[in-house]
Ligand binder design. Structure first.
Ligand SMILES: Nc1ncnc2c1ncn2[C@@H]1O[C@H](COP(=O)(O)OP(=O)(O)OP(=O)(O)O)[C@@H](O)[C@H]1O
Ligand SMILES: [Mg+2]
Length: 243
C-alpha cells in the first residue's frame, strides 16, 4: 500500500521558492499499478523522488504500508530516467549494485533475474557494449534484485524505439503480474500509461497538480493494446491532457 496525502514540494529558499508539486493525494493498494502522466518539466521526477523518500515534502506526507516515509527504504526500488548504469562496471556489477550497497551481495537470485531478462550471456559486458534496450533491462534487473514491494519508475523507456519500448512494456507487465509488487510509473507516453496503469493520474503544467484521473482496470492481458478498453483509455487521456 502506498498513500500520498496533500503532497507539496518546493525547491529553494522561502525567498526564491519554486513549487514543483502541489496538493497531490492518492491511495494505491498492494500489487496495484498507477501511472502519472504530465507535460515535460511539470514535476514528475520530483513527485517520484518524494515517494521514494529521497526528498522530503514541504507539506503533506507519504505512507508505505503503515509507516510514514522518512527516507529511502529497503523494500522500495527506483528505476531512473536513464537506467543509471556505471560505465566502468560490468552488467553483472551494475545489476548487483543495490545489493552491494545494502551489504546483501551476492544474492542467490541475481543470476536468475539476469536470465529472465535475457541478459544471462552478456553479464561480463560493459554498458557501452549494450544496446539501449539492454541497458534499460540492466536497470530493471538492479531494481528487482532487492525483491521490492514497491517499484517506482521514472520514464524508464524514454527515447527507445517503439518496438523495443513495447517489448519492455510487455516485460514490465509480466513481472508486475508474476511478482506482485506495487507499481508506480511516471511517463509522458499516453499508450505506456494506458498499457500499464490500472489507474492513471493526469498532472498539470508546473507545479504538478492533479488534473484528472482515468480508471483503467482492464490492464493485465499482453494483448490489451488491441482492445476497445485500451482505445477508450487512450482517448480519455488525450482529452484530459488537452483540457
Ligand atoms: N534540485 C532542484 N532544485 C531546483 N529546482 C529543481 C530541482 N529539480 C527540479 N527542479 C525544477 O522543478 C521543476 C520540476 O522538475 P522535475 O524534474 O520534477 O520535472 P519532470 O516532470 O520530471 O520533467 P521531465 O519531463 O523533463 O523529466 C522544474 O521546473 C525543474 O527545473
Ligand atoms: Mg523527469
Amino acid at each position: 500500500m502506498i498513500e500520498a496525502d496533500d503532497l507539496t514540494i518546493d525547491y529553494g529558499s522561502s525567498k526564491r521558492k519554486l513549487r514543483a508539486v502541489e496538493g497531490v493525494s492518492f491511495r494505491l493498494g498492494q500489487s496495484e499499478s498507477l501511472a502519472f502522466i504530465g507535460p515535460s518539466g511539470c514535476g514528475k521526477t520530483t513527485l517520484l523522488f518524494a515517494l521514494s523518500g529521497l526528498i522530503t515534502p514541504s507539506k503533506g506526507s507519504v505512507k508505505i504500508g503503515k509507516k510514514k516515509v522518512a527516507g529511502p527504504r529497503r523494500d522500495v526500488a527506483l528505476i531512473l530516467q536513464n537506467a543509471g548504469l556505471l560505465p566502468w562496471k560490468t552488467v553483472w556489477h551494475n545489476a548487483n549494485l543495490s545489493l552491494v550497497l545494502a551489504g546483501d551481495y551476492p544474492a542467490r537470485n541475481a543470476q536468475d533475474i539476469l536470465e529472465e531478462l535475457g541478459l544471462g550471456n552478456v553479464k561480463s559486458r560493459f554498458p557501452a557494449e549494450l544496446s539501449e534496450g539492454m541497458k534499460r533491462r540492466v536497470g530493471i534487473a538492479r531494481a528487482l534484485s532487492i525483491s521490492p514491494s514497491v517499484l517506482l519508475m521514472d520514464e524508464p523507456l524514454a527515447s527507445l524505439d517503439t518496438l523495443t519500448r513495447e517489448k519492455i512494456q510487455d516485460l514490465f507487465l509480466t513481472l508486475w503480474k508474476d511478482r506482485g509488487f506495487t507499481l508506480v510509473l511516471v511517463t509522458h507516453d499516453i499508450e505506456e500509461a494506458a498499457f500499464l496503469g490500472q489507474e492513471i493520474i493526469v498532472l498539470t503544467e508546473k507545479p504538478a497538480r492533479i488534473k484528472g484521473r482515468v480508471s483503467n482496470r482492464e490492464v493485465g492481458p499482453l494483448d490489451y493494446r488491441q482492445s476497445e478498453a485500451f482505445d477508450r483509455t487512450v482517448k480519455a487521456l488525450r482529452e484530459e491532457l488537452e483540457r
